[in-house]
Design a protein around this ligand. Sequence first.
Ligand code: 13P
Ligand code: SF4
Length: 317
Amino acid sequence: PITGADWVEQVHELARRRNAVVLAHNYQLPEIQDVAHHVGDSLALSRIAAAADAETIVFCGVHFMAETAKILAPEKTVLIPDAAAGCSLADSITADELRAWKAEHPGAVVVSYVNTTAAVKAETDVCCTSSNAVEVVESIPADREILFLPDQFLGAHVRRVTGRDNIHVWAGECHVHAGINGAELTAKAQADPEAELFVHPECGCATSALYLATAGAVPAERVKILSTGGMLDAARRTGARSVLVATEVGMLHQLRRAAPEVDFRAVNDRASCPYMKMITPEKLVRSLREGTDEVHVDPELAARGREAVQRMIAIGR
Ligand code: 13P
Ligand code: SF4
């Protein structure tokens, strides 16, 4: 296996030679997170990509994230160590389906989660991530209808928080987060009533977490619906001894680094994203050596999607 201090030095040397910056999402393998120049959630990484000085961005994450970096920085070379690293959520709506949905709701504002293809972004008014979905929706006049896509659980969360009833939500989901179910969350929360709950809004169990709070089973202030970046901020501030984490298990690595004294436990320890885990140390080295896999976005699609993505990185934390 190629890990350890030599490997870290090798990656950094290859990156220097290529004038490359290595970015890693919070769901990457721990060794990839540890070697990257920057680790973060999808919003933070998009902002870093947009502002990067390096000529090349090596995106250790999934394909839509690398595509978003290319849309924001078209003059840079964007590499992903394995272009086959997709996303079941991004696959849950096509540009044709979106065009048909828009035709049913003329005049509606299209808000797309960043987990979408470049072709879908080209049909979008404003993108958002789980960090700023509420702020993005709040930036739209209250009397305008909204088409929110593709994640139904994030859509339901945004509807709940904003209190708006003119938001139509696409019925897509992420298979990893949808699989973190309410029964498991309830059982674990009841077994550890002192624990805080950190729940990603893509989770099918987000509603169960709120139900536990309203039923008084878990004090409401211990239930937090957060993006992966929001979880890290909350981890640094938590006074709890233990935290139950409902999201992809790669997140535990950054949480444990941020607050080593806290016992972070996965609600579902099988919630591993197979696409995120396609980025291996071997593929990262190959990417830096050989310049693979380069991400291309059709310039016309990129131009049409750029404004929506730029609005996204300008709004929220
Ligand atoms: P974050 O925006 O919270 O990083 O989430 C990205 C993602 O792919 C969730 O599955
Ligand atoms: Fe897509 Fe889900 Fe994997 Fe995130 S965890 S990249 S939403 S499949």
